[in-house]
Design a binder for this molecule. Structure first.
Ligand code: 5BU
Length: 265
């Protein structure tokens, strides 16, 4: 798969979405391909974590619906931290409904995700129309301010996202590559389009297997070198550690070393 060995500069120049270009810029500037899954119960805790590990990460991934103290004021505070430390905010909402519903979930309700998210995840399950319509019409600002990340494969045991599913969904993603900035997956799809970005969750250096609830783990090096990850997503392996800053530095170093090794090989 040639995409895996293309330099980040070259991949950046083939991006069709400003958020994808920005992410490549951040990776090169910060020498980091680390995304932290900040699955904490409150935005106050997420903000504190982000202030400490911000310099080491390129993306902070949240689940807005698990935050007990959600408010748009606090989200704006988190945006300020993201601006100061230069990382993107990914809302891992995993949309999976008809476009008409997803549009309302994305722009409306309590969370108003499109006002603040730089990246948003979606399942391709409902079909390509959802991807093209979730942002609203072509004049919608969020088309340029937020990139869609398609979930091609899941990290869990016995996930239904098999090879055929992932292949078909990757095709839709590629057709809509002005909207779809990347994908979540456990393997690199066969495509030579270098402009989109692979996010791989299920990364944990202290557990070789997984959790007791179906999650499966691998090391940063394996995620990057064997599975095609451009960005490694680390949750509990970091947020439950004693010293989150030191742990972030370890994941950053390992992830970045693996990525540069893969590109130069
Ligand atoms: P962990 O604590 O490193 O296991 O957290 C992994 C995070 O990635 C968590 O927020 C999940 O919701 C997310 N995730 C995942 O683990 N596997 C997947 O296939 C997808 C998302 Br898609």
């Amino acid at each position: 798969n040639p995409r895996l060995h293309v330099s980040l500069e070259e991949r950046r120049s083939s991006c069709k979405h400003p958020i994808a270009s920005r992410l490549f810029d951040l990776m090169m500037a910060k020498k980091s391909n680390l995304c932290v899954a900040a699955d904490l119960p409150s935005l106050d805790e997420v903000i504190t974590l982000a202030e400490s590990i911000g310099p080491k990460i390129v993306v902070l991934k949240i689940h807005v619906d698990i935050l007990e103290d959600f408010s748009l004021t606090k989200i704006r505070q988190l945006k300020e931290v993201a601006r100061a430390h230069e990382f993107l905010i990914m809302e891992d909402r995993k949309f999976a409904d008809i476009a008409n519903t997803v549009q309302q979930q994305f722009h409306g309700g309590v969370y108003r995700i499109s006002e603040w998210a730089d990246l948003i995840t979606a399942h391709p399950l409902p079909g390509p129309e959802m991807i093209t319509h979730m942002f609203g019409d072509s004049s919608s600002d969020s088309r340029r301010t937020c990139g869609c990340v398609l979930i091609l494969e899941m990290s869990t045991k016995n996930a239904l996202t098999n090879e055929d599913y992932a292949k078909e969904a990757a095709k839709w993603g590629l057709i809509a590559s002005d909207i779809v900035t990347g994908f979540v997956g456990q393997s690199a799809p066969n495509s030579d389009f270098p402009g989109w970005i692979q996010f791989t969750p299920g990364v944990n250096s202290s557990s070789a297997s997984g959790d007791s609830k179906g999650q499966q783990y691998c090391s940063p090096a394996k995620a990057v070198l064997e599975r095609g990850a451009d960005i490694i997503i680390v949750g509990r392996g970091l947020i439950n550690s004693q010293d989150v800053v030191a742990t972030a530095e370890t994941y950053r170093t390992e992830g970045w070393a693996a990525l540069t090794q893969r590109i130069t090989n």
